[in-house]
Design a protein around this ligand. Structure first.
Ligand code: ACO
Length: 400
């Protein structure tokens, strides 16, 4: 049931809903989630079908335009994205201003926001052509910028994009090739990378997407809005969880320490959480986690990887799924639980995991930003429940 805010306001009330547990801030036609049944649909299409049968750029097109492209539109969209993969040459100086040991997410917050200083022909949010080209640029340039943040941290030269490669292949090339050595893209790895991007593409009003909408509601330019989304994603309760899962597995170290770790998670005086478990909306298996787990098995088998960390993760999952604490609270593995293990197997360093999430989520952020600007909207401005002091008179400093 939906209560209209106008009825609430006309009665002189407003709602108190910390964490927006029961507040819908907008209408949207992009993504549907039924958290109790574990259903996720993009524009009506189930996520498992998109992960199996579509690819990332096609999913981007679907999110942005509302329909799957026909064959001609698909090729044209891929070409359009490919034409925009390069970044302005001056942008490299932004990277060079960072310490080499800067976290790549810190770098991404800065450089993506900095795009607004370079692409002045796409800042007018009231101009549909500006909005369109900003959307294309962001999707096209994110892999380049993400890979540059990695290369910079490694002290290696930046690699230019290659337009003869697919989106995911090109990302892997920019990450792992050097001017001295070509990177032979393994099709299994490229497919897994593409699937990870599809599984992250959108998730309705999560914290980062809501941040993009809230920022966009002020009329801020698209690059600033996406930079705000990246900043919100970074936290360990959101996109930072994939990195936190691997750190947690490192900390546990061995199967023999699992019972002790689970006891800490259950102890309410201890702030330890089982990272990669639980979700605000899913009170059932996250449908993305199901596909991610299957992909994880496929990749590790195909690459012949025998990872003790994976064994530890599987044991942890088994214990948690059968433990009353987790069952009672409906805590299931989320998408981040398995993505880290796949990324590790692919050779992506842990510090890049959340950057990969940001890259994958970009079309979702943009689709919501475009949807908001395609209709009338209000500036986002939550109310508060004031619990401070009542009015009182100022006391001069010598009387305090
Ligand atoms: N480990 C242990 N206990 C947990 C966990 C967890 N991961 N998640 C929730 N709980 C417990 C809470 O302590 C609480 O217990 P209580 O009822 O005894 O107080 C109960 O489950 C309900 O939890 P809430 O905090 O109310 O759930 P909320 O919806 O606010 O939080 C969140 C959701 C932030 C995702 C949380 O489950 C969490 O922190 N998970 C770990 C981090 C993570 O994996 N984040 C990724 C989310 S998915 C994504 O962004 C792609």
């Amino acid at each position: 049931d939906v209560i209209d805010v106008k009825d609430v306001l006309s009665n002189g009330y407003f709602t108190y809903d910390p964490g927006f547990m029961a507040t819908s801030a907008c209408e949207s036609k992009i993504t549907f989630i039924d958290g109790d049944k574990g259903i996720l649909l993009h524009r009506g299409y189930p996520i498992d079908q998109l992960a199996e049968q579509s690819d990332y750029l096609e999913t981007c097109y679907l999110l942005l335009n509302g329909e799957l492209p026909n064959a001609e539109q698909k090729v044209a969209f891929e070409k359009l994205i490919t034409n925009h993969t390069m970044v302005h040459e001056q942008l490299q100086f932004f990277y060079r201003g960072f310490r080499r040991d800067a976290h790549p997410m810190a770098v991404m917050c800065g450089v993506v926001g900095a795009l607004s200083a370079f692409y002045h022909d796409s800042l007018d949010i009231n101009n549909p052509e500006h909005r369109h080209i900003a959307a294309i640029r962001l999707i096209a340039k994110m892999p380049t910028m993400a890979a540059m943040s990695y290369k910079y941290s490694m002290g290696q030269p930046f690699m230019y994009p290659r337009n003869d490669l697919s989106y995911s292949e090109n990302f892997l090339h920019m990450m792992f090739a050097t001017p001295c050595e070509e990177y032979k893209v393994n099709p299994i790895i490229a497919k897994a990378m593409d699937r990870i991007f599809v599984l992250h593409a959108d998730h309705e009003q999560n914290a980062s997407t809501s941040t993009v909408r809230l920022t966009g509601s002020t009329g801020a330019n698209p690059y600033a809005c996406i930079a705000a989304g990246i900043a919100a994603l970074w936290g360990p309760s959101h996109g930072g969880a994939n990195e936190a899962v691997l750190k947690m597995l490192d900390e546990i170290g061995d199967v023999s320490n699992l019972d002790n770790f689970i006891a800490r998670v259950k102890d309410k005086n201890d702030s330890t959480k089982l990272m990669g478990f639980g979700h605000r909306v899913y009170k059932n298996f996250d449908p993305r986690a199901k596909v991610m787990k299957q992909t994880c098995d496929e990749v590790l088998t195909a690459l012949g990887i025998n990872d003790p960390q994976l064994e530890l993760a599987m044991k942890l999952e088994e214990i948690a799924l059968n433990d009353e604490y987790f069952v009672k609270r409906k805590l299931y593995p989320n998408v981040d639980f398995y993505s880290g293990i796949i990324l590790k197997a692919i050779g992506i360093p842990t510090s890049m995991f959340t950057v990969i999430f940001a890259l994958g989520r970009t079309p979702g952020w943009i689709a919501h930003w475009l949807e908001m600007h395609s209709a009338s909207y209000k500036i986002g401005r939550p109310r508060q429940l004031y619990t401070g002091s009542v009015q009182r008179d100022f006391v001069p400093v010598d009387k305090r």
